[in-house]
Ligand binder design. Structure first.
Ligand SMILES: [Zn+2]
Length: 273
């Protein structure tokens, strides 16, 4: 599932290509991909608008359109946003196609159909109560300390909680906890000052490095807008490496299920609480 670095990569790539382009056509092939408004109203309201800015908040992509509308996209499990000169008829799982005034198409492919698009005036209605952006300048260590020290839950589910911190998913939560040498079952309010600082740095480092690597393609889900894979999968230290030797100490990486999610860690580098 695409997380902050993957959505940020898509946003950066779309920004170069989409700003100034006007949407000239919309075709909805799977009605439920459009969360709001109705598919007919979506088509009618999106056509003729020009892309003015491309942003990201957590795992949401935001296309700010002329006339005070915002198109939000959440890729969820398997969504992909691809820019292509024209639609090749062989493509499967295409749910929404937007045609642009330069003849290119932005298409939303989504094999598992959990991805959603919203066309709204106020993005906040969709974004709701998202936690802070981990890479924002004002997300300081002090802010993180105040957030985490009043939480009593286990670290792994907490890092996945989008109202605690926006943008982390299963891959980068596991990678950040490994880098911070913290067991995923540790309780948030059991961390000392040094451990909180380690986790803060690990989260920001792994996200920054993954953006530089253009994201992680695992199980073929995430694609850049030209269809290429990301590059960060080569740099994963624990995620998807069950049974393989830890790159730090050689111990076999273990997998447990926490809060319903597969969780990867090194039992030596990340001692159990
Ligand atoms: Zn280890």
């Amino acid at each position: 599932m695409p997380e902050l670095p993957e959505v940020e990569t898509i946003a950066r790539e779309l920004r170069v290509r989409l700003i100034g382009r006007t949407i000239t056509g919309a075709e909805i092939r799977w009605a439920r991909s459009i969360a709001t408004p109705s598919p007919a109203e979506f088509e009618q309201r999106v056509i003729g608008r020009t892309v003015q800015a491309v942003g990201r908040r957590g795992k949401f992509l935001l296309l700010h359109l002329s006339g005070g509308a915002t198109l939000l996209v959440h890729l969820r499990m398997s969504g992909q946003l691809l820019l292509a000169p024209r639609l090749s008829p062989s493509e499967k799982h295409v749910r929404v196609v937007l045609t642009l005034d330069d003849g290119s198409t932005l298409r939303f492919q989504d094999q598992r159909k959990f991805g959603r698009m919203w066309l709204v005036r106020d993005p906040q209605v969709v974004l709701g109560r998202l936690g802070p952006e981990p890479l924002a300048e004002d997300f300081t260590l002090d802010v993180f300390v105040r957030l985490i020290e009043r939480r009593s839950g286990m670290l792994k589910p907490l890092l996945l909680n989008q109202s605690f911190l926006a943008g982390l998913g299963n891959i980068y939560a596991d990678e950040a906890l490994f880098r911070a040498r913290l067991h995923p079952r540790r309780k948030a309010n059991s961390l000392n000052e040094d451990e909180i600082a380690r986790l803060y740095r690990a989260i920001r480092q792994v996200l920054g490095e993954a953006i530089s690597g253009r994201g992680t393609t695992f199980d073929g889900v995430y694609r850049r807008v030209n269809g290429d894979s990301g590059g960060f999968q080569e740099s994963l230290l624990v995620y998807g490496r069950t049974g393989e030797p830890c790159r730090e100490c050689g111990t076999s990486i273990e997998r447990i299920v926490l809060g319903g999610r597969g969780t990867h860690f090194c039992p030596h580098c990340q001692p159990a609480p």
